[in-house]
Design a protein around this ligand. Structure first.
Ligand SMILES: Nc1nc2c(ncn2[C@@H]2O[C@H](COP(=O)(O)OP(=O)(O)OP(=O)(O)O)[C@@H](O)[C@H]2O)c(=O)[nH]1
Ligand SMILES: [Mg+2]
Length: 455
């Protein structure tokens, strides 16, 4: 199997890690001309948190300035020696490099330093593999790992081709190493096909489940990892989901009704996997089924850690944009930003942060709160209800004789249902979403539902 094959689950004693954030003055790097404008120190701290999420003990961390990336070892020979001495002196088991390394660079660094080297994507994949609990979650992570490994094999071929100075086909490269790679590639492809088939079956089940709750308003929490999504989810639903000061604590989405939601119109809330800047594309593709719920939600709540930099907000918005949600993000009735952890900043700074948010958010609602404050969570719930209610229209429907199935459908799916006896029949007024209105008309074609113009 390829070099970057999965590490075994970390043993009980934490691995001793060195975390390096290369500061490269070059385009296409994680920093340098980084569009997210996160400071190097901030990116190093994030890399440290990632290593800690993989159960590592951080023995050393460093910013390493790089003028030119060396194709063979990434770092200059001087830095390779310095870092190698540190690896030996501090008994380092793993070096986490917060950048992308080519398979050749990766292999050479492991040989030079005599320890495991993990590039950023590989580290994130390992954390996901460690934290995934559900069958679907594990399959999704496996798919991401296999796609990643496959891409690394392809890149190795490209390198070999370049070394031989020509485009030479497979035949020209044939040798024991190449046969091994061919066999690895086949093995990976076969497993990938098996994993994809299983995931498809799960997605079919998900679609059926989604149809079952299609009438219920659905709100989904998204945000940067560790922003406090699960804390807020817990506060609103009273569900015991994992809350932890750790990157990617949540991998499997959880769905619950909001605890105090309207008895006849429950709001379903979903807690999701967190995002990160430069999220590996393999992961976005593999988590397609999970992210499908985000796409179909009535409201997206973007939970932000107000103590973190704007790069986190931009990273999340980039992922949402890549999912085709740009329009939703500019709809004030479908997108709300929650500035969480407001208890951690002084009141004066909180006001400045809010003002800044209102500046870039235009007409988009922004709510600052602490997920640890039950009153603030209730305020958010009322806000969400109001957003949903404004999307609902008021209708009137008259039934000549009391139509029990239609009436019970209305009590189950509509908001603020009232009815008045009118002779032998009854007149109902209610609030419904446009989709539910359509559904009602299909189910009960003999009943006429019209807009109530009195309001
Ligand atoms: N002080 C303070 N801490 C908070 C608040 N909200 C969340 N936290 C803490 O932040 C850490 C992360 O919270 P989670 O709810 O697990 O974050 P998450 O967004 O679900 O993280 P992932 O699942 O990793 O994406 C935990 O230690 C929480 O206790 C808040 O409003 N104030
Ligand atoms: Mg979580």
């Amino acid at each position: 199997m390829p070099d970057n094959s999965r590490l075994k689950a970390p043993p009980k004693a934490p691995l001793s890690a060195m975390v390096i954030h290369p500061v490269i003055k070059q385009p296409h790097s994680l920093n340098g001309h980084d569009p997210l404008q996160a400071s190097s120190a901030c990116l190093l701290q994030e890399a440290v948190s990632l290593a800690q999420a993989f159960d590592c003990h951080i023995s050393h961390k460093a910013l390493v300035p790089i003028r030119n990336v060396r194709p063979s070892t990434f770092f200059t020979s001087g830095w390779c020696r310095t870092l190698g001495s540190l690896v030996r002196a501090k008994h380092i088991d793993i070096v986490c490099v917060n950048e992308s390394l080519s398979p050749i660079q990766h292999r050479n660094l492991e040989r030079l330093w005599h320890c495991k080297v993990l590039e950023r994507t590989a580290l994130i994949l390992h954390i996901f593999a460690d934290h995934a609990r559900s069958f679907e979650g594990r399959l999704q992570v496996r798919m991401a790992e296999l796609t990643y490994q496959k891409s690394r094999l392809v890149r190795t071929w490209t390198h070999l081709e370049r070394q031989r100075g020509g485009t030479g086909g497979t035949r020209a490269l044939a040798g024991p190493g190449e046969h091994q790679r061919e066999s690895d590639k086949r093995q990976i492809q076969q497993e990938l096909t098996r994993v994809k088939t299983r995931l498809k079956a799960i997605q079919r089940t998900r679609r059926v489940q989604r149809k079952g709750r299609a009438n219920l308003p659905h709100v989904v929490l998204v945000g940067y990892t560790n922003a406090g999504k699960s804390t807020l989810f817990r506060a609103l639903t009273k569900a015991h989901v994992l809350v932890k000061d750790q990157m990617f604590a949540t991998l499997d989405p959880t769905m619950r009704a909001i605890h105090d939601s309207h008895p006849t119109q429950k709001i379903i809330l979903t807690d999701t996997v967190g995002f990160i800047s430069h999220l590996p594309t393999h992961l976005i593709a593999a988590f397609e089924a999970t992210l499908e719920d985000v796409k179909r939600a009535d409201i997206i709540v973007h939970v932000r850690d107000c103590t973190a930099g704007a790069h986190q907000r931009i990273a999340v918005e980039q992922v949402l944009t890549s999912m085709g949600l740009e329009e939703t993000m500019s709809n004030p009735l479908r997108y709300i930003e929650v500035l969480n952890k407001i208890d951690l900043v002084p009141a004066s700074l909180a006001r400045t942060i809010e003002q800044e948010c209102n500046g870039y958010a235009h007409r988009r609602p922004v709510l600052s709160l602490s997920a640890l404050d039950p009153d603030a969570c209730q305020k958010l719930y009322r806000h969400l209800s109001a957003m949903l209610a404004t999307r609902h229209r008021r209708y009137r429907v008259t039934m000549k004789s009391y139509h029990a199935p239609a009436a019970s459908w209305l009590y189950k799916h509509a908001h603020h249902v009232t009815h008045q006896q009118e002779g032998e029949g009854a007149s109902f007024t209610l609030h419904l979403s446009p989709a539910d209105k359509q559904r009602f008309c299909k189910l009960f074609p003999d009943l006429r539902m019209s807009r109530d113009v009195a309001t």
